[in-house]
Design a protein around this ligand. Structure first.
Ligand code: ZN
Ligand code: ZN
Length: 413
């Protein structure tokens, strides 16, 4: 028996007036998701807990069966791990953005959404020379992940992620001085290193030929890096050991890759998968079917629905849902449903009206050989409420799947 978990990031939504009070999932044409609903048992799920808006990282921890409230230690280290850096247990890492600063004020937090190629070049030219004169024992690594995104990793003794961000979160503000958030010498040391590194980065970027060229072309120069989301890796037992399964994942987004890697799952890279609304969903579907030949469990993550939701782009969200539907169609047609359990859900709602994550429950369906189905015929936030699964928590889902795979030990005699 095998299991697949398909996570459509931020797909769940709320009724929208413009759609006659339908949700995007209800308004989209989704014959294959509806086929899954008819075949399976449906329900709704509080990914972290009722009414708690999840981050994509904490949500995925929960979906993999870890208690996010006990294991989560910040975003930075997960992002760095997902971006390809071998993060160690005591490393403190931050999420970074290339930004544009003019006269001491941040005018663009994403440096005009600088392209990945330029951002990678800039990172390469500064990453080798970063260090702290005040704390020379601390090793400083800067890596590029995607577009304007970076990760900064600090390695050394006496560090702490408990410092304030340098990223003010909004344009029109100066870069903030990083401050310790507790009285510890570790937090103070980390803040000092981060402030010094931020200054050095600005010095290096100011005269960089690539930035001079960007200015000349009328683009925002990437002349600063702003930091937030300090953290360490979660200390979690590997999923393959916990459930005695060969586990893999297909995901492009660095943060999700980081969670899955931290859980000891094997990455499967699919050509054409981009982590955006332009992703090749059919390539991902084929990747999943192949992964199930060699693995017992595979998580498939699709990001585009969340991107469209943050942008408030209703049409794009609906069209992304329809592309996910065709992906699900391929999977249902090609998976061996006599030996495969498939769960489809969302890691949180990202309502178009809010343009951010909310704590609404998300729809979930599980289908497979020994599932007892229900009367639900449509996969949506509304109809799944009538399903046989009732209302579950995010952490329950993998146990339900692994129970069908015979991987959960009996509790008691
Ligand atoms: Zn998410
Ligand atoms: Zn999001």
């Amino acid at each position: 028996m095998k299991a697949a978990l398909i996570v459509c990031d931020g797909m769940a939504d709320r009724p929208i007036k413009k759609l006659g009070l339908k949700t995007p999932l209800e308004a989209a044409s989704t014959p294959n998701l509806d086929r899954a609903a008819k075949l399976g048992v449906n329900g709704i799920m509080d990914v972290l807990g009722a009414g708690i808006p999840p981050g994509s990282d904490t949500a995925h921890l929960a979906l993999l069966g870890y208690d996010p409230f006990k294991t989560y230690r910040g975003r930075g280290a997960l992002e760095a791990l997902g971006g390809g850096f071998k993060v160690e247990k005591e490393d403190v890492a931050f999420r970074g953005n290339f930004a544009t600063v003019r006269d001491g004020i941040i005018v663009d937090r994403r440096a005009g959404r600088i392209d990945s190629e330029s951002a990678a070049k800039l990172t390469e030219s500064i990453s080798g020379v970063l260090h702290s004169e005040k704390h020379p024992d601390v090793k400083v690594y800067l890596i590029h992940t995607t577009e304007h995104r970076l990760a900064l990793i600090l390695r050394g003794s006496g560090l702490s992620p408990n410092v304030s961000p340098s990223d003010p979160g909004k344009e029109g503000n100066p870069i903030m001085e990083v401050k310790p958030l507790d009285g510890s010498p570790e937090a103070r040391k980390t803040a000092e290193v981060l402030n010094e590194v931020s200054r050095r980065i600005m010095e290096k970027l100011r005269e960089h030929p690539l930035n001079i060229e960007r200015e000349r072309k009328g683009f925002y120069p990437a002349n600063a890096v702003i930091f937030r989301g300090g953290g360490r890796l979660p200390e979690i037992p590997p999923l393959p050991e916990r459930f005695k399964v060969r586990a893999a994942f297909i995901a492009v987004t660095a943060l999700i890759r980081g969670v899955c890697l931290a859980a000891g799952m094997e990455p499967i890279n699919v050509k054409g998968a981009t982590g955006t609304t332009k992703t090749d969903v059919m390539a991902k579907a084929r990747g999943l079917i192949e992964a199930l030949e060699t693995h017992d469990f595979c998580l498939l993550h699709v990001k585009g629905t969340d991107n469209a939701s943050h942008d408030g782009n209703l049409e794009e969200k609906i069209s992304m849902i329809e592309r996910i539907d065709s992906m699900v169609g391929y999977i249902l047609d090609h998976a061996n449903l006599e030996e495969t359990y498939i769960a489809i859900t969302s890691d949180h709602a990202t309502p178009i009206s809010v343009r951010n994550h909310t704590g609404d429950p998300v729809p979930v369906v599980i289908l497979g050989p020994e599932i007892i189905g229900d009367e639900v015929e449509v996969f949506s936030e509304r109809s799944c409420r009538m399903g046989g699964l009732g209302r579950i928590r995010g952490q329950d889902l993998i146990y339900i799947l692994m129970n069908y795979l015979g991987k959960i030990k009996k509790f008691g005699a």
